[in-house]
Every structure is written in structure tokens, then in C-alpha cells.
Design a protein around this ligand. Sequence first.
Ligand SMILES: Nc1ncnc2c1ncn2[C@@H]1O[C@H](COP(=O)(O)OP(=O)(O)O[C@H]2O[C@H](CO)[C@@H](O)[C@H](O)[C@H]2O)[C@@H](O)[C@H]1O
Length: 750
Amino acid sequence: MASMGSPATERSVLLYSRSHGPPRVPVFGHAKVVGGDFGLMRGCRVTRPQRIKILRATGKGSGEGEEDGEQPGEQPEDAFQATIEKSKKVLEMQRDLLQQIAERRKLVSSILSTNSDSEGDEVPYNEKDNSFPGVDPTPSGGKDTNEVFDRGFLSSKGAPLTVDNAKEAGKDLNRKTTFSKVDSHTQLKGVTSESVWSDELPSFLSSSSATSSLKEEKLGDLKESSLQEVNGEANVPKSEDVKPPPLAGANVMNVIVVSAECAPWSKTGGLGDVAGALPKALARRGHRVMVVAPRYGNYAEPQHTGVRKRYKVDGQDMEVVYFQAFIDGVDFVFIDSPMFRHIENRIYGGNRMDILKRMVLFCKAAVEINVDFQVPWYVPCGGVCYGDGNLVFIANDWHTALLPVYLKAYYRDHGLMQYTRSVLVIHNMAHQGRGPVDDFSYVDLPPHYLDLFKMYDPVGGDHFNIFAAGLKAADRVVTVSHGYARELKTIEGGWGLHGIINENNWKLKGIVNGIDTQEWNPQLDEHLKSDGYTNYSLDTLHTGKPQCKAALQKELGLPIRENVLLIGFIGRLDHQKGVDIIAEAVPWMMGQDVQLVMLGTGRHDLEQMLRRFEDQHRDKVRGWVGFSVNTAHRITAGADILLMPSRFEPCGLNQLYAMSYGTVPVVHAVGGLRDTVQPFDPFNESGLGWTFDGAETGKLIHALGNCLLTYREYKKSWEGIQRRGMMQDLSWDHAAQNYEEVLVAAKYQW
Ligand SMILES: Nc1ncnc2c1ncn2[C@@H]1O[C@H](COP(=O)(O)OP(=O)(O)O[C@H]2O[C@H](CO)[C@@H](O)[C@H](O)[C@H]2O)[C@@H](O)[C@H]1O
């Protein structure tokens, strides 16, 4: 885009030009021919040439014709014959128009039936090539018609369905189409940053290109006039494609979430859960959302897009291939490379250099560094690339903290992708991508960028720090709870980066994670459908939860007893999660009538400790070393309480899952745990669990003691805690709305 003065001026110009859009033809409101006048079906729109023709035919040189620059027609004063002739012509025109209307109706019906066909499985969707059999996913194809309606953006090449290309669609039903690299470039040419700034269009139309907006308007006209304004004539079902505007309204954006892991395909912890769920919630709000993650294994759903690219990593050419699947409204794109293959069980494995190189490749492939094409994305998801305007990247943790830096260094410093923004989410500041200063040579950046990465701390001296650079380069920073946002600013909680956090406080926001209520829901949970487990809800808590508890005890070989307090722990076995604090409390616990089930993997010494506990207390303790999603769900359902003595916890998801399953959390009041677990107050019968204010064994025991007492002696209070936990709305919807605020703030920030 040619530069047009200051960014602010540029933007207002764009807003202006977009909101004033193409002129719309006014609606004529006459129902029938009266005298020499002409009439149209009520509300039916006619095109400008048609109107001119009509005006000429009737001899009415209306003001509008004059406005349009047309000369008024000559009207013979008293030639009766001429009037009759003209009336005939008018009638002819009317017939013409009615025929056109009928054609439009037919066309719309066929579009709708294509849609319903696809929904009704009569025309099965082919995920492999993103198409319906025999349906061309090009602008004129039926697939794109679906996408215009379903995904809130334009069909491929930015061209929505117009009368002409819709007719084409009929002809082209059997044309086979593939997406090629050339196609995607062509498509992207029309998608410029000036195209997307719109406050006035309905927002489900606003994530598209300017050139396309005119076509979209035609589509709107077509739909409106054909479906609604052909009064009483159309028997076409009206409600099928008339969707309410998206929740995000005019804030609809293109969002690319970039994460080193993404559940259910790859997950070592909470980051995977967030990358799998937040995007869907953003999509539900109407945003167009893509997730980009490495392809660590042969995942079933994502299909080869045919797009291949090469990137330099440590001087070597690395080829990457892009796979894609469209699931729950989100484009999941996986980057395949020999570097990522076959490490699904150790995605952060290898030495420091291996990990660094993987992340360099991943971030380069995600941001797309080929400046020649000036576009961020080659993968034509659903036929349309994401473009570089109205686009925000959401990077996550240090692994992808290079992305905001690349966006700046490779693009924005060169006047490219000026409207693209980046948000960096801190899930865990303890891991920062630190190394010796020499590591800078691997990230392929101009020398002056070293300053962004270079840090000094009393322990490590000068060092190279990827998280630090990402935090400085990102337009906005989010962390996963308010409590953690506060803690990050302190010496204890900032892990050496508190200075940078404080300097960038203006762009930091805490947003508490949500949970995927499809995946983590006792009513729907797939893992509770066998082996004696059962799904349950608030209504069936009384029976369902005890059944799950018994099933868990049976599965783990523990005595099956309803009244023993079953304590669960799920998490990485490391310093953060306070496993050693639990260990110190085990002797006390073993003196109580409790069972303890721990699931985790991580530090070797802590894994050994789990095994040892189980050996020493076979009737009371089970230590499951490994990563098992199935077991995590079952513990969450079957346990009475979930223990989280984390030393620090940016948000914590397990306590949220626990509460939604009626499992009572006992947590160290820190970070997100303090934000989400309101302590039980026996006087007011309020609260959601027990908290303790220091990561110390004594405090943990004290809280557990109170919890145990309530479990045994105050059944009603206990049930109240369970029910309050289950009744919370912990879904991602609220968090997604907060993220949206951040995205919009980033968008309008220079
Ligand atoms: N052995 C095992 N088997 C099966 N499943 C296991 C498992 N160990 C852990 N999990 C699962 O991994 C997830 C862990 O989520 P957390 O939020 O507790 O932790 P994590 O510290 O990884 O994430 C970081 O990012 C998240 C997301 O922002 C923050 O909530 C958190 O505070 C921060 O430390 C849960 O879904 C849990 O069930």
C-alpha cells in the first residue's frame, strides 16, 4: 500500500473510504402500475442501468436521473399513442424484472440447498482437499458459498457470490479445483491492509478486502432482495442463512494463535489446553481464527495443503510443509518438518540448541518471512489466506516469543505488515529461552536487535533471553490471571524480567483462563463412559460422583470405600507444583483416613518418590508416573479433593476442572489459584475450597485438616462447596471477550 502520510491519517482515510463504500441504489416502493407510472415489487431493488432504462422508457426524467448525469427523456405532451407504447414498454420492463427476480430466487434456493446438502451429509465434506465432492471451492463454488455464511468471510480470491459468479457456480459444479501457491498469492494481492478497517459494515463482513466489500454488498443485496424483499413471493426458507451478527460486532479480526503445543494433538500441560480451546471461543465470537502448531506426529484430521516453503535455520535450508484442518470454526494449521517429527513424547526434548533451532524454524514458518510477497500467510484456509491487515498474532510463552520480534524485524521495519499486531501471552515466566549471548547468531536478526535479547542478572551475568525480547517487541502482553500479573512485577515473581514487565506495564493485562466445556464436562466426558465410571451433572452429583470414586478406586486397586477422603494430584512433577510439599505432608496424611492418588511426570527424583510412596502405602497411595489424559479426567471426577500446593501458579487449570466436576480444590493462594478459589467461609456458607497462604507443609496440613473435618462432619457444607463450584461459568467465553479487548487495543495502537 502506498504510504499516505502519518499512520493516523492513513487510518482515518481508510475508515472513511470504507464506510462510505459503493453507492447503494435506492429502493422503489410502488406495488403496482398506476397510470403512466411504473411500479416494482415492493422493496425490490433495481440496478442503476435498469433504472435509467425505465426512466427513459417512461419518459420520467426524475431528479435521480439528473443526479446520475442522465438527461431527462422527452415526453410528448399529448401523444396518446406514444403513452400507450410507453406503457407497453413499461410492462415489458416489469416482466423482465419479475423474471430476473424469479431467477434470483431460484439461484438463492440452489445456494441454500447446497448449504443444507452439506449439513445433511448428502454431500460429504472432504477435509482432505477442503471441498465438497464435485463442488468447486473457488469463488463460484458451493463450498465458498457456505464459507461466506458460515465463516463470516469471503470466498476464495476475495470474491463473494454475485449473480454472475453464482450462475457460474452452476456451470462449474464438476470442475476440480486445487489450491496452488500461485493461487494463494493471487488471492492475497487483493487483500491489502487498507481493506479491513471498518467500523460501519456489519462486522461479519468486515474481515475482508476493500475490493471485496463491494462484492459483498452485492451479495447482501442478492440475499436481501431475493430472500426478503420479494414480498410474499419467495417460498425460500428465510432463516437458514440469516445469522445474527457476530458477538464481536465491528471488532471482528483475523487471529493467528501460535503455540508450541495444542491439545488434543500435542500437550504437555496447560499451554496445550489453552491453544486448543481459546481459539474456538474467539471463533464463536465471530473472529476468523487460525492456530499454528508444529506437527509432531501423524495427526488424523489435518490434511496436506500442498504448500511447501523453505527457511534457513543455522545456515541450513529447512523445508516445511503445511497441514490444515477446519474444526469447530477454527483453522488448525500444523507445520511439518523433519525437525518436529517423532518427538510427540518429548516436544521440549533435546539440548538447548535443538530446542532453539526448532523454535526459530517454527516462528519463521508461522510469521512467514518472505518479504517479496508481503504477505504473512500462504496457506489458503477455506480458500482464503488470512492476509496481513486486521491481523493479530497471539504468541505463547518463550517458545514463540521470537514471533513478535520477527514481525518487527522482517516486516514492520521495512514498512510491511503495518497493520499486523502481535500479542504475547505469558503462561509461565519461569521458562524464558535463556542461553549465552552467542545464541543470538542463531535467530537471524540484524545486529542491532541484540539489545532486545541481552539481559544481565547477578547469577548468569550477560545472557541471551528470548522471552525478554518478545515482551519488548509485542504490541500487547497478556498473562493468565490478575494475580500473576501482579506477581510478575515483583522480584520474587518476575524471574529476573520484572524490570521489563514494569516498564511495559501499560501493555500488560491479566486474563483468567477458561476451560473447554466440551472436553472438561462431567456430563459429557468421554473418559467417564466405561469401566464403571459415569457421566453426571449437578442433579446427579449424589450418585454419579460416588460411582466415579468407586470406579477410580477399583481401577487403581485401592479399597473401594465411599467415606474415605480421596485426595488427587495431577501435574508436572517439578518445583513449581510443590510436589515436595505434598511429600512432606504424606506422613501426616497416612495417619488420617484418606487415600492419595498422584498423577504426574517430570523430574526423575520426584517420579521415584511417587513410586516409593505407593510401595510404602499400598492400601492408601497410588503414584501414577506418566502422562495420561484419560487418568487425569478420571481422577478429576473420582477424587473428593484436588491438591495444588504450587509455589507459583500463573493460572492453573486443574482447579478449574476440579470445581466443574464437584471436586473441592485445596490450594496455595497464589497467582491464578488465589483468583479462582474463593476460600470456604463456614459462617456464610460461601466459598469454593480451601486456601493456604504459604507454600509450606504446615500450612498445607492445616488446610487439609479443616477440609477433612468438613468432609466428615458437615456434609451439607461440603455439598454446598461442591455445588457452588459446579455452578460457575468457567467457560472460555468470558476470557475470549477480554482477549478481544486486548486484540482491539493492539489493532488501534501505533
Ligand atoms: N501427567 C499428566 N497426565 C495427564 N494430564 C496432565 C498431566 N500433568 C498435567 N496434565 C494436564 O496438563 C494440564 C496442566 O495445566 P496447568 O494449568 O495446571 O499447568 P501448566 O503448569 O502446565 O501450565 C502453565 O500454563 C497454564 C495455561 O495458561 C497455566 O494455567 C498454568 O498456571 C501454567 O503453569 C491440565 O490439563 C492437566 O490435566
